[in-house]
Design a protein around this ligand. Sequence first.
Ligand SMILES: Cc1ncc(COP(=O)(O)O)c(C=O)c1O
Length: 398
Amino acid sequence: MAALDKVLAASDPRVREAAVTIPVYGQLPFVPERASGCDIFTRDGRRILDLYGGHAVAALGYGHPKLVRAIQQQTEKLLFQSNAVALDIRADAAERLAHIAPEGIDRVFFVNSGAEANENALRMACLATGRKRILAITGGFHGRTAAAAAVTWNSAKWYGFPQLPFEVGFIPRDDVDAARRMIDDSVAAVIFEPVQGVAGAYDLSIEFIGALRESTARHGALLIADEVQSGIGRSGQYFAVQVHGVQPDIVTSAKALGGGIPCGAVLCSHAMAARFGAGDLGTTFGGGPIAAAAIAATIDAIEEEDLLANVRAREAQIREHCVVGPVVKIRGMGLLLGLVCDRPAVDVRDALLEHDILTGTSADPQVLRILAPLVLEPGHVHHLTGALAAIAPGAKEA
Ligand SMILES: Cc1ncc(COP(=O)(O)O)c(C=O)c1O
Protein backbone atom coordinates (compact mmCIF):
# COMPACT_ATOMS: atom_id res chain seq x y z
CA MET A 1 0.00 0.00 0.00
CA ALA A 2 2.77 2.38 0.93
CA ALA A 3 4.42 1.57 -2.40
CA LEU A 4 1.16 2.34 -4.28
CA ASP A 5 0.82 5.67 -2.41
CA LYS A 6 4.34 6.50 -3.47
CA VAL A 7 3.57 5.76 -7.12
CA LEU A 8 0.35 7.83 -7.00
CA ALA A 9 2.15 10.71 -5.31
CA ALA A 10 4.90 10.56 -7.87
CA SER A 11 2.35 10.98 -10.69
CA ASP A 12 0.65 13.96 -8.98
CA PRO A 13 1.85 17.21 -10.61
CA ARG A 14 1.61 18.96 -7.24
CA VAL A 15 4.28 16.61 -5.91
CA ARG A 16 6.31 16.78 -9.11
CA GLU A 17 6.17 20.60 -9.29
CA ALA A 18 7.09 20.88 -5.63
CA ALA A 19 10.20 18.83 -6.31
CA VAL A 20 11.53 21.00 -9.14
CA THR A 21 10.06 24.54 -8.91
CA ILE A 22 10.68 27.46 -6.57
CA PRO A 23 7.89 27.19 -3.99
CA VAL A 24 6.32 30.65 -4.36
CA TYR A 25 2.68 29.69 -5.03
CA GLY A 26 0.03 28.39 -2.70
CA GLN A 27 -1.84 26.00 -4.99
CA LEU A 28 -5.48 24.90 -5.01
CA PRO A 29 -6.37 21.32 -4.08
CA PHE A 30 -7.30 20.00 -7.53
CA VAL A 31 -5.56 19.20 -10.79
CA PRO A 32 -7.28 20.46 -13.96
CA GLU A 33 -7.08 18.09 -16.90
CA ARG A 34 -9.14 19.98 -19.44
CA ALA A 35 -11.64 22.82 -19.55
CA SER A 36 -14.57 23.83 -21.69
CA GLY A 37 -16.79 26.91 -21.53
CA CYS A 38 -16.77 27.98 -17.87
CA ASP A 39 -16.01 24.47 -16.55
CA ILE A 40 -12.78 22.86 -15.45
CA PHE A 41 -12.68 19.05 -15.49
CA THR A 42 -10.27 17.67 -12.92
CA ARG A 43 -8.10 14.59 -12.85
CA ASP A 44 -10.29 13.02 -10.16
CA GLY A 45 -13.48 13.45 -12.20
CA ARG A 46 -14.88 16.71 -10.83
CA ARG A 47 -16.51 19.42 -12.93
CA ILE A 48 -15.75 22.80 -11.36
CA LEU A 49 -17.47 26.04 -12.37
CA ASP A 50 -14.64 28.55 -12.83
CA LEU A 51 -15.68 32.00 -11.61
CA TYR A 52 -12.05 33.06 -11.30
CA GLY A 53 -10.96 32.64 -14.92
CA GLY A 54 -7.29 32.04 -14.15
CA HIS A 55 -6.86 35.48 -12.54
CA ALA A 56 -9.19 37.30 -15.00
CA VAL A 57 -7.55 35.80 -18.09
CA ALA A 58 -10.16 33.46 -19.60
CA ALA A 59 -12.39 36.15 -21.11
CA LEU A 60 -14.03 33.71 -23.54
CA GLY A 61 -13.94 30.79 -21.12
CA TYR A 62 -12.11 27.69 -22.33
CA GLY A 63 -12.01 26.17 -25.79
CA HIS A 64 -13.88 29.00 -27.50
CA PRO A 65 -13.97 27.83 -31.16
CA LYS A 66 -13.11 31.23 -32.62
CA LEU A 67 -10.06 31.67 -30.40
CA VAL A 68 -8.89 28.08 -30.81
CA ARG A 69 -9.24 28.25 -34.59
CA ALA A 70 -7.41 31.60 -34.81
CA ILE A 71 -4.48 30.26 -32.78
CA GLN A 72 -4.37 26.97 -34.73
CA GLN A 73 -4.47 28.67 -38.11
CA GLN A 74 -1.83 31.24 -37.17
CA THR A 75 0.41 28.51 -35.75
CA GLU A 76 0.29 26.66 -39.04
CA LYS A 77 0.80 29.82 -41.10
CA LEU A 78 3.53 31.71 -39.25
CA LEU A 79 4.45 30.86 -35.66
CA PHE A 80 6.84 33.72 -35.02
CA GLN A 81 8.46 36.82 -36.39
CA SER A 82 9.66 39.75 -34.29
CA ASN A 83 8.90 43.45 -34.69
CA ALA A 84 11.79 43.65 -37.15
CA VAL A 85 9.11 42.97 -39.79
CA ALA A 86 5.55 44.22 -40.22
CA LEU A 87 2.78 41.60 -40.07
CA ASP A 88 -0.83 41.68 -41.22
CA ILE A 89 -1.95 39.87 -38.09
CA ARG A 90 -0.15 42.38 -35.81
CA ALA A 91 -1.77 45.25 -37.72
CA ASP A 92 -5.15 43.47 -37.31
CA ALA A 93 -4.68 43.26 -33.54
CA ALA A 94 -3.48 46.87 -33.22
CA GLU A 95 -6.39 48.17 -35.32
CA ARG A 96 -8.90 46.27 -33.18
CA LEU A 97 -7.34 47.68 -29.99
CA ALA A 98 -7.23 51.24 -31.35
CA HIS A 99 -10.91 50.83 -32.27
CA ILE A 100 -12.05 49.79 -28.78
CA ALA A 101 -9.66 52.08 -26.85
CA PRO A 102 -10.94 55.04 -24.81
CA GLU A 103 -11.44 58.25 -26.76
CA GLY A 104 -8.26 60.02 -27.80
CA ILE A 105 -6.19 56.83 -27.64
CA ASP A 106 -5.21 55.21 -30.92
CA ARG A 107 -1.62 53.94 -30.68
CA VAL A 108 -0.41 50.56 -29.41
CA PHE A 109 2.87 49.12 -28.16
CA PHE A 110 2.66 45.35 -27.66
CA VAL A 111 4.36 43.57 -24.76
CA ASN A 112 4.00 40.21 -23.01
CA SER A 113 2.46 40.77 -19.59
CA GLY A 114 0.75 43.25 -17.31
CA ALA A 115 3.90 44.12 -15.40
CA GLU A 116 5.77 44.75 -18.65
CA ALA A 117 2.97 46.99 -19.89
CA ASN A 118 3.14 49.07 -16.71
CA GLU A 119 6.94 49.08 -16.75
CA ASN A 120 6.86 50.63 -20.23
CA ALA A 121 4.04 53.05 -19.41
CA LEU A 122 6.07 54.37 -16.47
CA ARG A 123 9.21 54.60 -18.62
CA MET A 124 7.22 56.54 -21.23
CA ALA A 125 5.95 58.93 -18.55
CA CYS A 126 9.46 59.63 -17.23
CA LEU A 127 10.84 60.07 -20.76
CA ALA A 128 7.96 62.27 -21.94
CA THR A 129 7.95 64.61 -18.92
CA GLY A 130 11.63 64.54 -17.91
CA ARG A 131 10.40 64.16 -14.31
CA LYS A 132 11.28 61.47 -11.77
CA ARG A 133 8.37 61.23 -9.35
CA ILE A 134 5.48 58.78 -9.76
CA LEU A 135 2.35 58.72 -7.65
CA ALA A 136 0.23 55.63 -7.15
CA ILE A 137 -2.81 54.82 -5.04
CA THR A 138 -2.92 52.97 -1.71
CA GLY A 139 -4.22 49.44 -2.25
CA GLY A 140 -3.09 49.31 -5.90
CA PHE A 141 -1.29 46.38 -7.54
CA HIS A 142 0.73 46.85 -10.74
CA GLY A 143 3.01 43.83 -11.08
CA ARG A 144 6.29 42.27 -10.05
CA THR A 145 8.96 43.93 -12.23
CA ALA A 146 11.01 46.76 -10.72
CA ALA A 147 9.03 49.85 -11.73
CA ALA A 148 5.62 48.12 -11.53
CA ALA A 149 6.43 46.75 -8.08
CA ALA A 150 7.73 50.14 -6.93
CA VAL A 151 4.25 51.63 -7.46
CA THR A 152 2.46 48.63 -5.90
CA TRP A 153 1.05 49.24 -2.44
CA ASN A 154 2.73 47.24 0.34
CA SER A 155 5.31 45.68 -1.98
CA ALA A 156 8.18 46.33 0.46
CA LYS A 157 8.03 42.81 1.85
CA TRP A 158 8.76 41.23 -1.54
CA TYR A 159 10.19 44.12 -3.60
CA GLY A 160 13.69 42.74 -3.28
CA PHE A 161 15.74 45.31 -5.19
CA PRO A 162 18.11 47.57 -3.21
CA GLN A 163 16.47 50.79 -4.42
CA LEU A 164 13.47 52.20 -6.27
CA PRO A 165 13.87 53.30 -9.91
CA PHE A 166 12.21 56.69 -9.23
CA GLU A 167 10.64 58.64 -6.37
CA VAL A 168 7.29 57.14 -5.35
CA GLY A 169 4.37 58.49 -3.34
CA PHE A 170 0.98 56.94 -2.56
CA ILE A 171 -2.24 58.95 -2.59
CA PRO A 172 -4.73 57.55 -0.03
CA ARG A 173 -7.47 56.03 -2.17
CA ASP A 174 -10.59 58.11 -2.63
CA ASP A 175 -9.00 61.07 -0.80
CA VAL A 176 -9.78 63.90 -3.22
CA ASP A 177 -8.02 66.56 -1.11
CA ALA A 178 -4.85 64.48 -0.87
CA ALA A 179 -4.90 63.95 -4.65
CA ARG A 180 -5.12 67.70 -5.25
CA ARG A 181 -2.41 68.38 -2.67
CA MET A 182 0.06 65.69 -3.77
CA ILE A 183 -0.08 66.12 -7.56
CA ASP A 184 2.26 68.98 -8.41
CA ASP A 185 4.76 70.03 -11.07
CA SER A 186 7.32 67.42 -9.94
CA VAL A 187 5.06 64.49 -10.82
CA ALA A 188 5.68 62.56 -14.06
CA ALA A 189 2.58 60.40 -13.77
CA VAL A 190 -0.15 59.04 -11.57
CA ILE A 191 -0.90 55.35 -12.08
CA PHE A 192 -4.21 53.91 -10.88
CA GLU A 193 -6.53 50.94 -11.34
CA PRO A 194 -10.08 52.22 -11.95
CA VAL A 195 -11.25 49.12 -10.07
CA GLN A 196 -8.53 47.81 -7.77
CA GLY A 197 -8.49 44.08 -8.49
CA VAL A 198 -6.05 42.50 -6.06
CA ALA A 199 -7.41 44.83 -3.35
CA GLY A 200 -10.75 43.01 -3.71
CA ALA A 201 -12.58 44.75 -6.58
CA TYR A 202 -12.53 48.12 -4.85
CA ASP A 203 -13.98 50.65 -7.29
CA LEU A 204 -12.45 54.08 -6.84
CA SER A 205 -14.99 56.90 -6.62
CA ILE A 206 -15.72 58.90 -9.73
CA GLU A 207 -14.91 62.10 -7.77
CA PHE A 208 -11.46 60.73 -6.95
CA ILE A 209 -10.72 59.62 -10.51
CA GLY A 210 -11.97 63.00 -11.74
CA ALA A 211 -9.59 64.75 -9.32
CA LEU A 212 -6.69 62.63 -10.60
CA ARG A 213 -7.53 63.63 -14.18
CA GLU A 214 -7.99 67.30 -13.37
CA SER A 215 -4.84 67.70 -11.25
CA THR A 216 -2.54 65.73 -13.57
CA ALA A 217 -3.73 67.82 -16.53
CA ARG A 218 -3.19 71.05 -14.59
CA HIS A 219 0.39 70.10 -13.63
CA GLY A 220 1.54 68.52 -16.90
CA ALA A 221 1.65 65.04 -15.39
CA LEU A 222 0.35 61.96 -17.21
CA LEU A 223 -2.54 59.80 -16.03
CA ILE A 224 -1.95 56.05 -16.50
CA ALA A 225 -4.96 53.74 -16.17
CA ASP A 226 -3.82 50.22 -15.33
CA GLU A 227 -6.60 48.16 -16.90
CA VAL A 228 -4.66 44.91 -16.82
CA GLN A 229 -7.42 43.33 -14.71
CA SER A 230 -10.40 45.62 -15.41
CA GLY A 231 -9.96 45.90 -19.18
CA ILE A 232 -11.14 44.00 -22.28
CA GLY A 233 -14.80 43.92 -21.41
CA ARG A 234 -14.63 42.93 -17.77
CA SER A 235 -16.23 46.18 -16.55
CA GLY A 236 -19.16 45.93 -18.98
CA GLN A 237 -17.35 48.35 -21.31
CA TYR A 238 -14.09 47.57 -23.06
CA PHE A 239 -12.24 49.63 -20.45
CA ALA A 240 -13.46 50.69 -17.01
CA VAL A 241 -12.47 54.33 -17.64
CA GLN A 242 -15.14 54.31 -20.37
CA VAL A 243 -17.71 53.60 -17.65
CA HIS A 244 -16.37 56.63 -15.77
CA GLY A 245 -16.10 58.76 -18.88
CA VAL A 246 -12.50 59.68 -18.02
CA GLN A 247 -9.76 59.97 -20.66
CA PRO A 248 -6.34 58.84 -19.37
CA ASP A 249 -3.11 59.57 -21.27
CA ILE A 250 -1.96 55.95 -21.20
CA VAL A 251 -3.89 52.70 -20.69
CA THR A 252 -2.24 49.36 -20.00
CA SER A 253 -3.80 46.00 -20.85
CA ALA A 254 -2.94 42.29 -20.46
CA LYS A 255 -4.61 39.26 -18.84
CA ALA A 256 -7.88 38.85 -20.85
CA LEU A 257 -6.37 40.61 -23.87
CA GLY A 258 -5.35 37.36 -25.57
CA GLY A 259 -8.02 35.16 -23.98
CA GLY A 260 -5.28 33.00 -22.42
CA ILE A 261 -2.28 33.54 -24.68
CA PRO A 262 0.31 35.65 -22.79
CA CYS A 263 0.36 39.22 -24.08
CA GLY A 264 0.04 42.84 -23.05
CA ALA A 265 -0.26 46.28 -24.56
CA VAL A 266 0.42 49.93 -23.79
CA LEU A 267 -2.10 52.25 -25.42
CA CYS A 268 -1.63 55.99 -25.83
CA SER A 269 -2.55 58.97 -27.98
CA HIS A 270 -1.13 59.76 -31.38
CA ALA A 271 0.62 62.82 -29.88
CA MET A 272 2.23 60.80 -27.11
CA ALA A 273 3.38 58.10 -29.54
CA ALA A 274 5.02 60.78 -31.68
CA ARG A 275 7.45 61.54 -28.82
CA PHE A 276 9.09 58.15 -29.23
CA GLY A 277 11.41 56.91 -31.92
CA ALA A 278 13.38 53.83 -32.94
CA GLY A 279 14.98 52.09 -29.99
CA ASP A 280 13.15 53.98 -27.24
CA LEU A 281 11.00 50.92 -26.41
CA GLY A 282 11.40 47.30 -27.42
CA THR A 283 10.65 43.61 -26.86
CA THR A 284 11.36 40.37 -28.70
CA PHE A 285 8.06 38.56 -28.25
CA GLY A 286 5.59 41.45 -27.86
CA GLY A 287 3.15 41.55 -30.78
CA GLY A 288 4.15 38.10 -31.98
CA PRO A 289 1.77 36.48 -34.48
CA ILE A 290 0.15 33.97 -32.09
CA ALA A 291 -0.56 36.65 -29.49
CA ALA A 292 -1.79 39.01 -32.21
CA ALA A 293 -4.14 36.34 -33.61
CA ALA A 294 -5.46 35.68 -30.10
CA ILE A 295 -6.01 39.41 -29.44
CA ALA A 296 -7.90 39.93 -32.71
CA ALA A 297 -10.05 36.82 -32.15
CA THR A 298 -10.84 37.73 -28.53
CA ILE A 299 -11.96 41.25 -29.44
CA ASP A 300 -13.97 39.96 -32.42
CA ALA A 301 -15.75 37.39 -30.23
CA ILE A 302 -16.61 40.01 -27.59
CA GLU A 303 -18.07 42.17 -30.35
CA GLU A 304 -19.92 39.44 -32.28
CA GLU A 305 -21.42 37.80 -29.18
CA ASP A 306 -22.35 41.11 -27.53
CA LEU A 307 -20.42 40.06 -24.43
CA LEU A 308 -20.32 43.57 -22.96
CA ALA A 309 -24.12 43.38 -22.60
CA ASN A 310 -23.79 39.87 -21.15
CA VAL A 311 -21.30 41.14 -18.55
CA ARG A 312 -23.72 43.88 -17.49
CA ALA A 313 -26.64 41.43 -17.30
CA ARG A 314 -24.67 38.87 -15.26
CA GLU A 315 -23.44 41.64 -12.93
CA ALA A 316 -27.03 42.74 -12.33
CA GLN A 317 -28.06 39.13 -11.68
CA ILE A 318 -25.19 38.58 -9.20
CA ARG A 319 -25.98 41.84 -7.40
CA GLU A 320 -29.64 40.87 -7.13
CA HIS A 321 -29.27 37.24 -6.11
CA CYS A 322 -25.89 36.73 -4.46
CA VAL A 323 -26.15 38.78 -1.28
CA VAL A 324 -27.02 35.54 0.52
CA GLY A 325 -25.37 33.20 3.02
CA PRO A 326 -22.03 34.67 4.04
CA VAL A 327 -22.17 37.58 1.55
CA VAL A 328 -23.21 40.92 3.06
CA LYS A 329 -22.35 43.31 0.23
CA ILE A 330 -21.08 43.35 -3.34
CA ARG A 331 -18.64 45.87 -4.74
CA GLY A 332 -16.75 46.29 -8.01
CA MET A 333 -17.90 46.52 -11.58
CA GLY A 334 -19.07 44.11 -14.28
CA LEU A 335 -17.48 40.72 -13.71
CA LEU A 336 -14.74 42.13 -11.51
CA LEU A 337 -16.72 41.82 -8.30
CA GLY A 338 -15.84 41.69 -4.62
CA LEU A 339 -18.21 39.67 -2.45
CA VAL A 340 -17.80 41.18 1.01
CA CYS A 341 -18.28 38.34 3.49
CA ASP A 342 -19.22 38.09 7.16
CA ARG A 343 -16.24 35.79 7.72
CA PRO A 344 -12.78 35.20 6.23
CA ALA A 345 -13.13 35.01 2.45
CA VAL A 346 -10.79 32.04 2.34
CA ASP A 347 -13.35 30.00 4.34
CA VAL A 348 -16.09 30.94 1.86
CA ARG A 349 -13.82 30.10 -1.10
CA ASP A 350 -13.10 26.67 0.41
CA ALA A 351 -16.79 26.05 1.10
CA LEU A 352 -17.73 27.03 -2.47
CA LEU A 353 -15.07 24.69 -3.81
CA GLU A 354 -16.82 21.86 -1.99
CA HIS A 355 -19.85 22.85 -4.12
CA ASP A 356 -17.59 22.70 -7.20
CA ILE A 357 -17.35 26.47 -7.68
CA LEU A 358 -13.98 28.18 -7.95
CA THR A 359 -13.68 31.79 -6.75
CA GLY A 360 -10.68 33.82 -5.63
CA THR A 361 -9.58 35.63 -2.52
CA SER A 362 -8.01 39.11 -2.45
CA ALA A 363 -5.72 41.28 -0.36
CA ASP A 364 -8.79 42.13 1.75
CA PRO A 365 -9.33 39.11 4.02
CA GLN A 366 -13.13 39.62 4.00
CA VAL A 367 -13.50 39.91 0.23
CA LEU A 368 -14.00 37.05 -2.22
CA ARG A 369 -13.22 37.89 -5.85
CA ILE A 370 -15.29 36.96 -8.89
CA LEU A 371 -13.39 37.25 -12.20
CA ALA A 372 -15.66 35.04 -14.26
CA PRO A 373 -15.39 34.53 -18.01
CA LEU A 374 -17.39 37.12 -19.95
CA VAL A 375 -19.42 34.23 -21.43
CA LEU A 376 -20.92 33.44 -18.01
CA GLU A 377 -24.50 32.16 -18.28
CA PRO A 378 -27.56 32.81 -16.08
CA GLY A 379 -27.51 29.16 -14.90
CA HIS A 380 -23.99 29.62 -13.57
CA VAL A 381 -25.16 32.48 -11.37
CA HIS A 382 -28.07 30.34 -10.08
CA HIS A 383 -25.51 27.68 -9.17
CA LEU A 384 -23.50 30.30 -7.22
CA THR A 385 -26.59 31.63 -5.44
CA GLY A 386 -27.60 28.12 -4.37
CA ALA A 387 -24.13 27.26 -3.16
CA LEU A 388 -23.77 30.51 -1.18
CA ALA A 389 -27.19 30.00 0.41
CA ALA A 390 -26.18 26.46 1.43
CA ILE A 391 -23.08 27.60 3.30
CA ALA A 392 -23.73 27.21 7.00
CA PRO A 393 -24.05 30.42 9.00
CA GLY A 394 -20.69 31.25 10.53
CA ALA A 395 -19.35 33.48 13.26
CA LYS A 396 -20.14 37.06 12.30
CA GLU A 397 -16.67 38.20 13.35
CA ALA A 398 -13.65 37.37 11.18
C1 LIG B 1 -4.06 45.61 -12.13
C2 LIG B 1 -2.88 44.73 -12.42
N1 LIG B 1 -1.80 45.25 -13.01
C3 LIG B 1 -0.73 44.49 -13.32
C4 LIG B 1 -0.70 43.15 -13.02
C5 LIG B 1 0.51 42.31 -13.38
O1 LIG B 1 0.21 41.54 -14.48
P1 LIG B 1 1.15 40.28 -14.87
O2 LIG B 1 0.96 39.27 -13.78
O3 LIG B 1 0.65 39.84 -16.21
O4 LIG B 1 2.54 40.80 -14.93
C6 LIG B 1 -1.80 42.56 -12.40
C7 LIG B 1 -1.79 41.12 -12.07
O5 LIG B 1 -2.54 40.65 -11.27
C8 LIG B 1 -2.93 43.36 -12.10
O6 LIG B 1 -4.01 42.85 -11.50
